[in-house]
Design a protein around this ligand. Structure first.
Ligand code: BES
Ligand code: MN
Ligand code: ZN
Length: 498
C-alpha cells in the first residue's frame, strides 16, 4: 500500500474517510463535507446508532455532492483522548474497514481539532503508520488467490494543510514499519525456508544499510566453548549459527553499547522430549526473538539512530535424530558452568545461556535485553496481551514498562527472587534445565540469570504475544513483531543522543 501526503483537496475517486467526534460533533473537515453533501452526514447520523463513539463505523455509497464511491464515517470518541495510540488504531481501522470494499484509493482529510492533544501533522503521520501496519499481509504462498479476493486498497492519500511536515514525521515511522514488516515476514516463513543458515543470511542482508554483520558457524562456536547452544542443534541436519549485528550510530565511542539478544530456534520439535503433534507447526515461530532483533537493527539503520546497538542471535533447530542430545546429558556452557539436560524441550534457555555470556564478554554492554518465546507457562499467565518482563535492575524495568505503554506493547513484571533458584539445582551438575511446572516461566528466567554477570539485564518472555490468533487494530492475525516498536521506543527515549 502506497502512502501519499497531499495538500487539502477533495478526492474524485475511491473512498473518502471522515472522522466524527463523540456526540455526533463534526470536525471542521466533516462540516465541510456535510455542506458539500447538503447536510447528508447530519441526516444519516440522526437516523442511525452512529454517534461518533470510538471505533463506530458507517459506510455510505455514492454520496451525493461528492465524486467518490464511498464515504466512511468513523467515530473518533472524545477529542481529549485522541492521542498518538488512538491515531494508530484509527489508521488501522480504516484499512480493516475498506480493505476488501473494492476501492483502490482511500483518502482521509485531517485537520486540527479543538481539544485533540496532538497537532494535525502528528495525527496524519500516525494515522498513516497505523494504516500501514494493519495493511500487512503474508501471501507469497497463495498462488491461487484471484485478484478480486486480494485486498483492493493500493493507495492511501492523507490530505492536510501542512502535508510536507506530516510527510517528514512519517519518514521515521515508516522506518519502524519496515522493521516490523521484516520481522513479521521472517516469523511467518515456514521452517523449511527459514533455518539457521538462511536466517543468518537475512541478517547479513542488513550490511547494505550499514549494519556490521558477522556470522559464526559450528567450528567457531566450538572454539568459543558454546556447549549449550551446540547441544541443542546437535540433532539437526542444519548447522547452528551465531550472528552478531552492530549498528554504530553514535560517534561517542566511550559509551558502552546497548545489547539485544534473541532466541532463534527456527523449529522447536522439542527434541527427544518431543512435543505433541497438535499445534507443533506453531513452533516455526520459535525464532521470533531473533526476528525481532533483526527487524530492530533494520529500523535503527534505516532511521540512522544516534546510538550504538548490538544484536546477537543464537540460531538452532531443535530436532530428534541419532545425534540429538538426550535427557540426562550433561553439557558445559561457555561460562564453564555445567547443565544437566532434564528436558530437551527446555532448549531456549540453553541457547540464550551461551549468547548472554558471549555478549557480556565481548561487548560489556551498559544494558542487555533478551527476547525469547521461552515458556508455555507465560502464555497461561498473561495470554496474548502482555509479555512477561524479568529484570535484575529496577531502572531498566521501569524504562521498559514505560516504553511498552507508549507503543502499546505491554509488559507485566514478574518476580526473580533467589528462592525460585532452588528448583533448578541438580544432583550431578551445577544446575538442571527445568524445574517442575509450577512457576516455570520464573525458573526459566532464574536459569538465564545464572549467566548474567553484573550487567543490567532484562528478559522478555514473548511466547504469548508473538503470534496473534485474531485481527487486532494495527496487527492483522499472524506474526505480530511484538518487541520491534517497544525496543525502538526504549532506545529513542533513553539511549540516543539527540
Ligand atoms: N518454545 C517453547 C515455548 C513456547 C510454548 C513458545 C508455546 C510458544 C508457545 C519452549 O522451548 C518450550 O518448549 N518450553 C517448555 C519448557 C518445559 C519443557 C520446561 C514449556 O514451556 O512447556
Ligand atoms: Mn522447547
Ligand atoms: Zn522453544
Amino acid at each position: 500500500m502506497k502512502i501519499n501526503f497531499v495538500k487539502n483537496t477533495l478526492p474524485t475517486d475511491g473512498a473518502l474517510v471522515v472522522g466524527i467526534l463523540d456526540n455526533r460533533i463534526l470536525t471542521p473537515t466533516a462540516q465541510l463535507i456535510n455542506k458539500q453533501t447538503s447536510g447528508m452526514i447530519n441526516r444519516v447520523m440522526m437516523n442511525s446508532r452512529f454517534e461518533g463513539k470510538r471505533d463506530q463505523f458507517l459506510l455510505l455509497s455514492y454520496p451525493t455532492g461528492l465524486e467518490v464511491q464511498h464515504l466512511l464515517l468513523i467515530g473518533l470518541g472524545k477529542a481529549e483522548s485522541f492521542d498518538v495510540l488512538a491515531s494508530h488504531t484509527f489508521g488501522g481501522n480504516i484499512v480493516a474497514q475498506l480493505l476488501n470494499v473494492g476501492d483502490k484509493v482511500v483518502t482521509i482529510a485531517v485537520d486540527d481539532v479543538e481539544g485533540v492533544p496532538i497537532c494535525e501533522e502528528e495525527l496524519a503521520a500516525n494515522i498513516a503508520f497505523g494504516a500501514k501496519l494493519r495493511s500487512y499481509r503474508f501471501d507469497k504462498y497463495r498462488t491461487k488467490e484471484k485478484i478480486e479476493e486480494k485486498p483492493s486498497i493500493e493507495k492511501l492519500v492523507i490530505c492536510l494543510t501542512n502535508h510536507v511536515i506530516a510527510k517528514r514525521l512519517y519518514t521515521t515511522l515508516d522506518c519502524i514499519a519496515e522493521g516490523v514488516f521484516l520481522t513479521r515476514n521472517l516469523v511467518s516463513e515456514p521452517a523449511n525456508i527459514i533455518y539457521p543458515e538462511s536466517l543468518a543470511n537475512q541478517a547479513k542482508a542488513l550490511t547494505e544499510l550499514g549494519v556490521v554483520v558477522e556470522v559464526f558457524g559450528k567450528n567457531s562456536m566450538k572454539k568459543f566453548g558454546m556447549g549449550a547452544l551446540l547441544g541443542v542443534g546437535h540433532g539437526s541436519e542444519r548447522e547452528s549459527q551465531l550472528v552478531v549485528m552492530q549498528w554504530i550510530g553514535n560517534r561517542d565511542q566511550t559509551k558502552s553499547p546497548v545489547a539485544f539478544i534473541g532466541k532463534g530456534v527456527t523449529f522447536d520439535s522439542g527434541g527427544i522430549s518431543i512435543k505433541p503433534a497438535n499445534g507443533m507447526e506453531e513452533m516455526k515461530s520459535d525464532m521470533a526473538g531473533s526476528a525481532v532483533i533483526i527487524g530492530l537493527m533494520k529500523t535503527l539503520a534505516l532511521r540512522k539512530a544516534k546510538t550504538s546497538a548490538i544484536g546477537v542471535i543464537g540460531l538452532v533447530e531443535n530436532m530428534l535424530s541419532g545425534t540429538a542430545q538426550r535427557p540426562g546429558d550433561v553439557i558445559t556452557t561457555m561460562s564453564g558452568q555445567t547443565v544437566e539436560v532434564i528436558n530437551t524441550d527446555a532448549e531456549g534457555r540453553l541457547v540464550l545461556a551461551d549468547v548472554l555470556w558471549y555478549t557480556q564478554n565481548r561487548f560489556n554492554p551498559q544494558i542487555m535485553i533478551d527476547l525469547a518465546t521461552l515458556t508455555g507457562a507465560i502464555v497461561i499467565s498473561l495470554g496474548d496481551h502482555y509479555a512477561g518482563l524479568f529484570a535484575n535492575d529496577n531502572d531498566l524495568a521501569t524504562k521498559l514498562l514505560i516504553a511498552g505503554k507508549h507503543v502499546n506493547e505491554l509488559l507485566w513484571q514478574m518476580p526473580l527472587d533467589e528462592f525460585y533458584d532452588d528448583k533448578i539445582k541438580s544432583d550431578i551438575a551445577d544446575m538442571k534445565n527445568t524445574g517442575d511446572r509450577e512457576g516455570s516461566s520464573i525458573t526459566a528466567a532464574m536459569f538465564l540469570k545464572r549467566f548474567v554477570k553484573n550487567t543490567k539485564w532484562a528478559h522478555l518472555d514473548i511466547a504469548g504475544v508473538t503470534w496473534s490468533k485474531s485481527d487486532k487494530a494495527i496487527t492483522p492475525k499472524g506474526a505480530t513483531a511484538f518487541g520491534v516498536r517497544l525496543l525502538d521506543c526504549l532506545i529513542s527515549e533513553n539511549y540516543e543522543n539527540k
